[in-house]
Design a protein around this ligand. Structure first.
Ligand SMILES: Cc1cc2nc3c(=O)[nH]c(=O)nc-3n(C[C@H](O)[C@H](O)[C@H](O)COP(=O)(O)OP(=O)(O)OC[C@H]3O[C@@H](n4cnc5c(N)ncnc54)[C@H](O)[C@@H]3O)c2cc1C
Length: 485
C-alpha cells in the first residue's frame, strides 16, 4: 500500500528500507517477492533517488538526471529482480564520441570496437590489447587491491598517455575513479561496459521509476514518501526499527540506502559501534560530485545527430584533477533524441552536459559568486556545444544548471557525492551488521557498487544477507522455544 504523508504507521515489519534509490528499491522488491513484509521510507516526494527526472515549462521538457548510460548487465538485473517489461525497455546507445586534443574517435564502446581502435588508431600490438582485456576481464573483487589504475596502465601501456585517456576518461565519468584508485574498481566497471556497450532506458527515468513503483506495490511493499528517517532504534547492539517524525516504527531489520557515513555517524550514533569501526568510518572518503547544464530544444524544433554520448575536453592530456576542476575543461554531452523518449505530439530533444566537480569549490562561494559561476558555466557550455550544432542557441527555449550543492540538497549525500564513497566504504558497508545486528546498508559505495547497475546489484546482495539474517533469527528463536518447552 501507498501511505499518505499524514498517515501514522503502527504496523511492524520484517524489514524497513530507508531510501528508494536503485539499491533500496531493488532490495525492497526482492525481499517482498521472497515473502518478507517490507516498508520503504523515502525522504523525497518521489521514488528513485539519483535515478530521477524533472519537468519544466509545463512538461514541455523532461530532463533525466543520471540516465546517461549503464552496462548491459542492467538488462539481466531488471529481468531477474524486476520484470521482463522493464528489461525490454533497455536499449543500446551505439554512437559514443571522444573529442579532445589527443584524438577524435567514434565508437560503439565495445571490446571489439575498442580493440580495433587500439590497434589501428593507437598502433598497439594486438597481443598487448588482448592481454590487457583478458587481464581486466579476469579481475574480481577478491583480487589484490594494492595495484592501482596507474600501475595497471603502466603494466600494459607504459608511457602511452593517449591510451590511458582513451581507456580511463569514460570510466571516470561513470564512477568518479582516479589513477590512484584500486585497479579492480576500474577493471570490473570497464569490463562490464565493454561486454556489450552502453545502454539506456527507452522512455526515460520517469517511465522506469513508475514501472518499478507499480511492481513494488503489486508485490506488497508498503511505501511512504515525504518520510525522512531521523534515527535508528538500537537496543543491545540490535536494530529495532526507526524513528520517523518523532514516532517509532518497529522492524526486525533495517536496510539503509541513505549515505553510508550519515547512516552510521548520525542516524545510528557512534556509541553503538566499536571505536575501530568508527575510526574507519570517519576515514571513508566520499567520491566526487558533478555539475550539469540542462538544455531543452523548443518543441517541434529538431537538431542533427551528433552522437549519443559525446566526451569532450580541451585539456591537453588525461588529468584526474582537471576533470573535477572548477575551471571546466571537460564535458560529456548526453543527447536525448525522440527515439529514446517518444512523444505523441511533436519531436522532443534534450541535451545534458555533465562535468565531475568538487563540492567544496561550489560550497565556498557567496550567493552572488555562486549565481555568477552558474551563469558562466552555462555560457561556456553553449560555446562548446556550438562546435557541434552552430545554431543551438536559437533552438533552445530552456537552459538551467545544477551544481554539487543541488545534488546534496536533493539526495542528502555528504559533499553531494554522485557515486557514493571511495573503495574503503565497501568494507564498512558490508560490515555494518557485524556491529549492530539486523542493520544493513546498500547503496553506492566502493566505486564498484555505484551507478545504476552497481547499486541495483548491491541491493540484491544485501537483501540476500537480510533474508539469511531473518531466517537465522527465526530458527534460533524456534530452537530457544524448544529448549524452554
Ligand atoms: C549527475 C549524475 C549522473 C549520473 N550518471 C549515471 C549514469 O549515467 N549511469 C549510471 O549508471 N549511474 C549514474 N550516476 C550514479 C547513479 O545514479 C547512482 O550511483 C545510483 O542511482 C545510486 O543509487 P543508490 O541506491 O545508491 O541510492 P541514491 O540514488 O543515492 O538514493 C538514496 C535515496 O535515499 C533517500 N534518503 C537519504 N536519506 C534518507 C533518510 N534519512 N530517510 C529517508 N530517505 C532517505 C534519498 O532521498 C534517496 O532517494 C549518476 C549520478 C549523478 C548524480
Amino acid at each position: 500500500m501507498l501511505y499518505k504523508a499524514k498517515d501514522k504507521i503502527t504496523k511492524s515489519y520484517d524489514v524497513i528500507v530507508i531510501g528508494s534509490g536503485l539499491a533500496g528499491m531493488t532490495a525492497a522488491n526482492k525481499m517482498a517477492k521472497d515473502g518478507l513484509s517490507v516498508l520503504l521510507l523515502e525522504a523525497h516526494n518521489k521514488l528513485g533517488g539519483f535515478a530521477t527526472w524533472f519537468y519544466r515549462n509545463k512538461k514541455d521538457h523532461v530532463f533525466d538526471i543520471s540516465l546517461h548510460g549503464f552496462p548491459f548487465g542492467m538488462k539481466k538485473t531488471c529481468r531477474k529482480y524486476w520484470n521482463k517489461n522493464i528489461a525490454e525497455h533497455i536499449v543500446q546507445l551505439k554512437d559514443v564520441r571522444f573529442h579532445n586534443p589527443q584524438y577524435k574517435i567514434q565508437s560503439t564502446f565495445t571490446r571489439e570496437d575498442f580493440t580495433e581502435k587500439l590497434i589501428n588508431h593507437f598502433k598497439i600490438e594486438k597481443q598487448t590489447v588482448d592481454a590487457f582485456y583478458d587481464y581486466v576481464e579476469s579481475m574480481n573483487f577478491y583480487d589484490n587491491q594494492d595495484m592501482t589504475n596507474r600501475d595497471l596502465f603502466h603494466k600494459f601501456f607504459p608511457d602511452r598517455i593517449d591510451v590511458v585517456r582513451f581507456l580511463m576518461e569514460p570510466i571516470v565519468y561513470a564512477n568518479g575513479s582516479t589513477l590512484d584508485d584500486p585497479a579492480i574498481t576500474y577493471g570490473i566497471v570497464f569490463s562490464n561496459f565493454m561486454s556489450k556497450g552502453v545502454y539506456t532506458f527507452k522512455g526515460g527515468t520517469d517511465v522506469i521509476i513508475k514501472m518499478m513503483r507499480e511492481q513494488l506495490l503489486e508485490n506488497g511493499v508498503d511505501i511512504k514518501m515525504h518520510s525522512k528517517v531521523e534515527k535508528l532504534l538500537i537496543e543491545n547492539q540490535t536494530v529495532k526499527g526507526v524513528m520517523l517524525k518523532g514516532e517509532p516504527i518497529h522492524a526486525k531489520s533495517v536496510l539503509s540506502n541513505a549515505n553510508l557515513r550519515t547512516t552510521i555517524l548520525k542516524m545510528a550514533g557512534e556509541e553503538h559501534f566499536s571505536p575501530n569501526f568508527i575510526d574507519k568510518t570517519k576515514a571513508v572518503r566520499m567520491n566526487s560530485s558533478s555539475c550539469q547544464v540542462y538544455m531543452g530544444v523548443r518543441p517541434g524544433e529538431t537538431i542533427p545527430h551528433i552522437g549519443d554520448l559525446v566526451f569532450t575536453s580541451t585539456h591537453p592530456k588525461f588529468d584526474s584533477e582537471a576533470l573535477v576542476g572548477f575551471d571546466i575543461t571537460s564535458r560529456t554531452f548526453s543527447v536525448y533524441y525522440p527515439e529514446g523518449r517518444p512523444y505523441d505530439e511533436s519531436p522532443r530533444y534534450a541535451i545534458v552536459s555533465s562535468t565531475n566537480a568538487k563540492y567544496e569549490d561550489w560550497n565556498k562561494l557567496s550567493e552572488e559568486e555562486y549565481k555568477k559561476a552558474k551563469e558562466q558555466m552555462i555560457e561556456e557550455t553553449l560555446v562548446c556545444l556550438e562546435n557541434y550544432i552552430p545554431d543551438i542557441r536559437s533552438k533552445l527555449d530552456f537552459v538551467e544548471a545544477a551544481t554539487p550543492k543541488t545534488v546534496k540538497k536533493f539526495v542528502h549525500h555528504e559533499q553531494g557525492s554522485s557515486f557514493g564513497t571511495k573503495f574503503e566504504g565497501l568494507e564498512i558497508s558490508m560490515g555494518l551488521h557485524h556491529q549492530v545486528k539486523g542493520l544493513f546498508h546498500a547503496g553506492s559505495v566502493g566505486i564498484i557498487m555505484s551507478g545504476w547497475l552497481g547499486a541495483a546489484n548491491y541491493g540484491v546482495i544485501q537483501s540476500n544477507e537480510i533474508s539469511s539474517y531473518l531466517y537465522n533469527l527465526e530458527n534460533n528463536k524456534e530452537q530457544e522455544d524448544q529448549v524452554h518447552v
